[in-house]
Design a protein around this ligand. Structure first.
Ligand code: TXA
Ligand code: MG
Length: 325
């Protein structure tokens, strides 16, 4: 990724909210303080911006992101609440609690942010700057912790700078964060499950719910939030998926990459290109949407052209291999 100039602004500068909103609206990446840790924000409805975000963080795969919204009303537009979720929102929002819920049918968050899952992680941050920012943008903001993948989460603007300067557009410096650990993540399904311990203690959540939280299996790593089959599975197309296709067979739909044409592609009933100009960031932004669109046709198999392993290519290929498995 080419180097950007990363600007910095203090959160109590009177122009700070405006500058952040303008940047996010333009598809930019803004690091901002929440009460837990600094988040790296992008417009949740803009798949291109989200692809840039994964690239800046150096995420090895498209780990799903948390959508930050201003209040429970905004949360209901993107996620479906059951009674446990209602109760937790009432007790702990705004605050360091993230709920994983089924996506609402009108959810406008880009597929890339939820890594093709049927669920979405939602949080209403309590930090006054984060609050004002998401309210002023008027759209959900996806924000993973603002660190390079594999590093610890940043609790100051200096941490963000040392990990991400030159890779993001703007850092809003609000001093050290208050909570310092990430939000607690609870999945609200038939039974509530603790997906990640964090800023709200388990006991407080169990007290509010009047029952115990289930746990993930002990060997479950953060990198794989939900094992396929446990609560929900990664996006698996109905059609078979054939990788590294160098020719197209009869009846196959084509998922192309780049400007090259493979033999048989002129006969494709349906073809979509992840990025005509061979740009992996653009390809990442289009990946889940294109897969779904091709799967919605009657093709029994989707042939995917080879995609380089560099940059976001590693994550794209990871997801394609899962889709093909
Ligand atoms: O405190 C926080 O939560 C911070 C601040 C910035 O809000 N954010 C944060 O984001 O910690 P991140 O991306 O570093 O961690 C989000 C976690 C990941 O482990 C991800 O796998 C999980 O949330 N997650 C997101 N969507 C999910 C989903 N649909 N199902 C299960 N886990 C999900
Ligand atoms: Mg993180």
């Amino acid at each position: 990724m080419s180097l950007l100039t990363t600007s910095e602004i203090l959160t109590d500068d009177p122009g700070a909210i405006d500058a952040c909103v303008r940047c996010l609206d333009g598809g930019g990446l803004v690091a901002f303080p929440t009460e837990t840790v600094y988040g790296l924000g992008a417009d949740a409805t803009n798949a291109q911006a989200i692809a840039r975000l994964y690239l800046a963080k150096g995420r090895p795969s498209f780990n799903p992101l948390i959508a930050h919204v201003a209040d429970v009303h905004a949360a209901r537009k993107i996620a479906r609440f059951n009674s446990d979720a209602d109760r937790l929102a009432q007790n702990f929002w705004p605050g360091p609690l993230t709920l994983v819920l089924p996506k609402a049918s009108a959810c406008n968050v880009a597929e890339l942010a939820t890594a093709g899952l049927e669920t979405i992680a939602v949080r209403v941050p309590a930090h006054p700057f984060a609050q004002r920012l998401v309210a002023a943008l008027g759209k959900p903001v996806v924000a993973p912790s603002a660190n390079r993948s594999g590093h610890v989460s940043p609790t100051s603007a200096a941490h963000v700078r040392s990990d991400l300067a030159g890779k993001i557009d703007l850092i809003a410096d609000g001093g050290p964060t208050e909570v310092g650990v990430e939000s607690t993540i609870v999945g609200c399904f038939e039974e509530p499950i603790l997906l990640r311990p964090g800023g709200v203690p388990r006991a407080a959540i169990e007290f509010a719910l009047g029952r115990k939280l289930a746990d993930l299996p002990a060997d479950h790593g953060e990198a794989q939030p939900l094992a396929p089959g446990l609560l929900t599975s990664h996006y698996a197309p109905r059609a078979a998926v054939r990788l590294n296709a160098t020719h197209l067979e009869a009846g196959e739909a084509l998922l192309a990459f780049g400007s090259a044409r493979i033999s048989g592609s002129d006969r494709a009933a349906v073809a979509l290109n992840l990025s005509e100009r061979g740009d992996l960031t653009e390809a990442a932004a289009n990946l889940f949407g294109h897969l779904r669109a091709l799967d919605a046709t009657r093709a029994t198999r989707i042939a995917v052209m080879p995609i380089p392993e560099s940059g976001l290519g590693e994550a794209i290929n990871d997801r394609l291999r899962r889709a093909a498995a």
